[in-house]
Design a protein around this ligand. Structure first.
Ligand code: 13P
Ligand code: 13P
Ligand code: MG
Ligand code: MG
Ligand code: MG
Ligand code: MG
Ligand code: MG
Length: 371
């Protein structure tokens, strides 16, 4: 029998500004989910935050895109929004872009990563929760976990991993997807996912012959684009992901290793800047400097045979990531000194909002041809 793991998140109000989630919102969401657990809608749950994003981690037997489970998440976000409004938190209800729930939270504002899996004898998973960045921020680390032998020793030395993995890549502008094989098509994969604002890794699958069935994902990333839903900038699509580990998959340490390099991602201040992704324990998932730098939280779990969430372990709460944090701070300083200049500020077409049309309008009579 299969178990579904659903990570659904939304920013329903920041405290203060866009820094973090107020504990009263977490309490409210817990109330809603524990009621649903008693009624049997979900098996288990955990509520937490990453920056100003309220994070619901749930297990159940209803499969992905379940109207009941998505409806439950929607209700939790709605109730938490009421609390955010009472406290006049910043941007109360920010990510709830539509008023009416119609069976699925996708396209309504929240971000979703879900996978339905046959539990292995032991099922270690990591949920990732990012703030002040976008889904493409996962391209580099997910690629490294499942395709880069310099990151994942298992690709070379574990017979179960040696054949590689399949990547499902979405073109989020054209709304198309493609499945590609690694290592055979590695350079083609990189040609796409290096353009992380457009091509994003949605899922990773094992290949034929792997102990995990070929149609079961081993990693999944949220790919919601708030901008497209709302038609205007309403905050970043701070993404989440679920990754399975061990026994023919990257070991836990191979799943975490890519985050030892604080790579540049877009987001940060006003969703319009490049900055380093800093791996942090939950207690530091509280972006402050220039509303950042962007943060990554990793929570470790074992799923029990009944579908209980055994955890979380706050995986970046480890001195092994101190150097990455230190490096991220150096990069933060270096990038910040560019002020309003690219490549700190994003190129025009990727900025979430811009005064440029207004400035150009004002100057239109003063522009003259160059001889
Ligand atoms: P498995 O024991 O899950 O195969 O992984 C090996 C390991 O522990 C890597 O450090
Ligand atoms: P959030 O998406 O985390 O709300 O960030 C919005 C923003 O503009 C921060 O400066
Ligand atoms: Mg916010
Ligand atoms: Mg956020
Ligand atoms: Mg956001
Ligand atoms: Mg081991
Ligand atoms: Mg072992």
């Amino acid at each position: 029998e299969k178990i579904t793991i659903s990570v659904i998140k939304a920013d329903v109000g920041g405290w203060p500004g866009h820094s973090r989630v107020h504990p009263a919102l977490i309490e409210k969401a817990k109330e809603v989910l524990s009621e649903a657990q008693k009624e049997g809608t979900i098996i288990d749950f955990y509520v937490t935050y990453a920056g100003d994003d309220l994070q619901l981690i749930m297990t159940h037997k209803k499969g992905v895109d379940s109207p009941e489970v998505h409806g439950l998440a929607w209700e939790a976000f709605k109730k938490a929004t009421e609390v955010a409004k009472e406290l006049a938190l910043y941007g109360a209800g920010q990510d709830l872009l539509k008023d009416a729930f119609s069976g699925n939270v996708r396209g309504l504002g929240p971000s979703v990563a879900e996978m339905e899996i046959t539990l292995r004898k032991s099922e270690p998973i990591v949920t990732f929760h990012l703030d002040k960045t976008e889904p493409g921020a996962f391209n580099l680390p997910i690629f490294r976990m499942f395709a880069d032998p310099f990151n994942t020793a298992g690709l070379v030395i574990d017979p179960k991993m040696h054949m590689g993995f399949r990547f499902e890549i979405w073109d989020i502008l054209e709304h198309k997807k493609v499945i590609m094989n690694s290592p055979e098509e590695m350079y083609d994969i990189l040609a796409l996912i290096g353009a992380k604002g457009r091509y994003v890794i949605k899922r990773v699958y094992p290949k034929e012959g792997h102990p995990i069935p070929k149609d079961e994902p081993v990693a999944v990333v949220s790919t919601e684009k708030l901008y497209e839903v709302a038609g205007e900038y309403v905050g970043k699509d701070d993404p989440v992901a679920i990754v399975r580990a061990q026994s023919g998959l990257p070991a836990l340490g191979e799943v975490l290793e890519p985050f030892a390099f604080p790579h540049l991602v877009s987001g940060w201040m006003r969703g319009s800047h490049n900055g380093p992704l800093m791996p942090v324990p939950l207690k530091y998932a509280t972006p402050t400097r220039f509303d950042g730098p962007p943060r990554a939280v990793a929570l470790g779990w074992q799923i029990s045979p009944e579908g209980k969430l055994i955890g979380p372990v706050d995986l970046f709460d480890d001195p092994a990531f101190d150097w990455a944090r230190q490096k991220a701070l150096e990069i933060t300083d270096y990038m910040r000194r560019h002020g309003p200049f690219e490549p700190h500020r994003l190129p025009l077409e990727e900025m979430e909002y811009t005064t440029l049309p207004g400035v150009l309008e004002k100057l239109k009579d003063r522009f003259e041809p160059i001889e």
